[in-house]
Design a protein around this ligand. Sequence first.
Ligand SMILES: [Zn+2]
Length: 231
Amino acid sequence: MIKINNKVIVAILFLFVSFPLLSDEGLAIYKVKGKTPGLTLMIIGGIHGDEESGCIAAKKYTDIKLERGNLIVIPEANAPAVREKKRFVNVDMNRIFDRDNGTAYEYKTVDEIKKLISGSDAVINLHESTKKGSVVMIDDKKLKKTADKVIKTVNSSTNKIKLVLYNYRTASKNAEHKEQRKSLTYYALYKKGIPAFAVDLSKSEASLDDRVAVQSLAIDAFMEEFGIKKL
Ligand SMILES: [Zn+2]
């Protein structure tokens, strides 16, 4: 009988399956490197645990092959909340990017995500809401051109959901949603100078399958905008 030790089995498995890197906090991070150099796009799902379509869509990009550019994919940014199917466990992860410390696990995970944002050229954060209307959300008009192109591409590819642009104008004095200054996209754009977008699909407008399809179309369109090409 041929004896194969565990290391050999693990090595063989690595040939066929894509495995995440696990951060100290247990955050599953997938890095996909293209054949030729290019920009790095970070794709985040599950920053809110009850927003399933982003997790499922992001997972589809963890083992794709790229001709050019790179991806950093975190399908379940708040994995414990995803498991419990609720927005957050202790604290809303998308409202603590302005903070440097805290005792709940969410703060440590956000620290990990911040480090990864620094190694990215652009970020997309995948959300869902129970409100009416599906949007590509930006914090500043300087991202409008890219967001508009993505919206046009997605809307011309599907009639499941109609995306519209929503500019929070988060940094402006009379911003309607000042709480967004604690968000991931705001941190990326204003603290790191990295373009960041949120795709926020309405759960009431389409089935889960259709929302996953639209999230995927949006990811594809952003990849196209940043010159990241699939094999
Ligand atoms: Zn959300």
